[in-house]
Design a protein around this ligand. Sequence first.
Ligand SMILES: Nc1ncnc2c1ncn2[C@@H]1O[C@H](COP(=O)(O)OP(=O)(O)OP(=O)(O)O)[C@@H](O)[C@H]1O
Ligand SMILES: [Mg+2]
Length: 207
Amino acid sequence: MSEITLEAVNLTKKFDRKMIFKSVNFRLSRGSSTAITGRNGSGKSTLIKIIANLLLQTSGSINLHINGSAVKKELLFMQMGFVSPYLNLYDEFSGYENLKLVANIRGRGHDNIENVLKRVGLFERRNDMLKIYSSGMKQRLKIAFSILHTPDILLLDEPTSNLDTEGIGVVDDIAAEYSKDRILVIATNDEHEKSLCSSEINLNKNA
Ligand SMILES: Nc1ncnc2c1ncn2[C@@H]1O[C@H](COP(=O)(O)OP(=O)(O)OP(=O)(O)O)[C@@H](O)[C@H]1O
Ligand SMILES: [Mg+2]
């Protein structure tokens, strides 16, 4: 199994002149699970988007090393899975087609589409267009997206929002699996989601 480290060095984010967080440092490796916590507006979603390379930091760096070699920023998306309230899906396509699109983009995960649909409990509804999915069904599809390519790093922003008890159980299982020998990061203030992680980065102290 490859050795992986994901580190943040003096990571700082400002929007215009407003400081969101300052000098965040961490170093995560395989077998870790980390909750990013902090009050509403403290920058949890912002930090997770920066880790996923969807947003640029103001200063500092995010570095991913696999077996000691730095992974290029533009290739990070191959190693990462991401669930977020800000993730957009295609309403005019079915659940199955949405997953196929992302497998095409990555060139990976085609043979896993049925598996993940079953895992999140959407297999029966795979051919329905997303515009008729309920909010919990859309959340389940986001989770399917994030694990389609079995990434080494799984980034979850409020993963259980809109989910029922069974859906929360699916997240629990995935969190247990990914924290065992991959890297799991959850941005949350929810006590249950926090309990899925063994360490915590609290952003209240960093503003
Ligand atoms: N594009 C943007 N332009 C300006 N300010 C922004 C932008 N995106 C976020 N912010 C601000 O950055 C701060 C952090 O927002 P963020 O969504 O990261 O917080 P959060 O910790 O995830 O909050 P919550 O607990 O509500 O999910 C907030 O003050 C927010 O208004
Ligand atoms: Mg947030």
